[in-house]
Structure formats: structure tokens, C-alpha cells
Design a binder for this molecule. Structure first.
Ligand SMILES: Cc1cc2nc3c(=O)[nH]c(=O)nc-3n(C[C@H](O)[C@H](O)[C@H](O)COP(=O)(O)O)c2cc1C
Length: 169
């Protein structure tokens, strides 16, 4: 899993999504960025928030080839923090000085890691990512999803994790 970064968002670090993430990345050397630990404010048409943590974050993310987006399903969608991160990518399309950063997203390999209380990943949730990646020219490479209706049970997902890791390596 070289050159991989995880963008993690959940209302709790050690909840179901965090546990699934930990069983995927193990004690390995993958960099995990907890979006909740950063100051990333909502999209602003006037870009008065340009000096918050978004720009340094996206510059760091662009140094990796593979990006794992990790979020629980909250109301058929991603967490508000993950959505805000995705919204802020618009900064890179709006501001002439940042267009080159936006172009650097093209070709990045993307993956989704999620949990919910359903066996199936929600269509609206995964399509939100797929459509966004497609628009930005990023390459969607697959997902791992755990049904946590009875909490996260690692033994039930060993095969899925194995298959997901095969996509990453
Ligand atoms: C605010 C909220 C909204 C949720 N919405 C959904 C949903 O739309 N579909 C679903 O299957 N599960 C939903 N769930 C269940 C969570 O996706 C599930 O418990 C998940 O594993 C929680 O991960 P976490 O421990 O990282 O927060 C919701 C949970 C919360 C707290």
C-alpha cells in the first residue's frame, strides 16, 4: 500500500468506520488524515476562507497516487465533514491560481471505505463519490463496505478486506 493516503471522516474515530479502517490498514505505514481534526470551513463563493486548512491539505493529498475516502453512511450520504471537503475541491476549479492543483487530481486512483447498517452500500452514497471522481478525472478503483447493524465484526469481513487490499497493491 505504498503512496496511499486515507481521508477519514466519522463522528467518532473509534466507531465502526474507524475500526474497519484500522483492520484494512493494520499497523502499516499508511497515512490517515482525520478530516475532523482540521479546520475546513464550508465552501465560500468569495473564497474568504482560503487560508484555512483546505489548501495545505489538498497539496499534501496530491503528493499521493492513491486516495482512500473513508466515511460512514449518514442519511444515504457522506458525513458533513467529508461533503465539505468535496465541496472545497471547487476552490481548485474556481480560482485561476489553483487550476493547476485541480488538474493534478486527474488520474489519481481513488477508493471508498464505508460502513452502514445495510449489507449493500447505498447507491446515493457510492454514486456521489463515483460521479465526483469521474467529473474530476480521477480513477475510481473500488470499495470495501461493512454492514454494522450489529456493530463491526472483523471476522465477517476478512475476505472483503483481503480483496480490497488486492485492489490497492
Ligand atoms: C446520523 C446517522 C445517519 C445514518 N444514516 C444511515 C443511512 O442512511 N443508512 C444506513 O444504512 N445507516 C445509517 N446510519 C448508520 C451508520 O451508517 C452506521 O451505524 C455506521 O457504521 C456508523 O459508523 P461510525 O461508527 O463510524 O459513525 C446512520 C447513522 C447515523 C449516526
Amino acid at each position: 500500500m505504498t503512496n496511499t493516503v486515507v481521508l477519514f471522516s466519522s463522528s467518532r474515530r473509534n466507531g465502526n468506520t474507524g475500526k474497519l479502517l484500522d483492520s484494512v490498514v493494520g499497523g502499516g505505514s499508511v497515512d490517515i488524515i482525520n478530516l475532523s481534526a482540521l479546520d475546513i470551513s464550508e465552501y465560500d463563493y468569495d473564497h474568504k476562507n482560503i487560508n484555512d486548512d483546505f489548501l495545505p491539505l489538498i497539496k499534501k493529498v496530491l503528493t499521493y497516487d492513491k486516495i482512500i475516502f473513508a466515511s460512514p453512511v449518514y442519511w444515504y450520504s457522506v458525513t458533513p465533514t467529508m461533503k465539505t471537503f468535496l465541496d472545497r475541491i471547487s476552490d481548485l476549479l474556481d480560482l485561476p491560481d489553483l487550476l493547476d492543483l485541480g488538474r493534478q487530481l486527474r488520474g489519481k486512483k481513488t477508493y471508498v471505505l464505508s460502513t452502514s447498517i445495510s449489507h449493500e452500500i447505498s447507491d446515493s452514497f457510492i454514486n456521489l463519490f463515483k460521479d465526483t471522481f469521474n467529473y474530476l478525472g480521477m480513477k475510481y478503483c473500488g470499495y470495501v463496505h461493512a454492514n454494522c447493524s450489529d456493530d463491526y465484526k472483523v471476522d465477517e469481513y476478512e475476505d472483503d478486506i483481503h480483496n480490497f487490499l488486492a485492489l490497492l497493491n
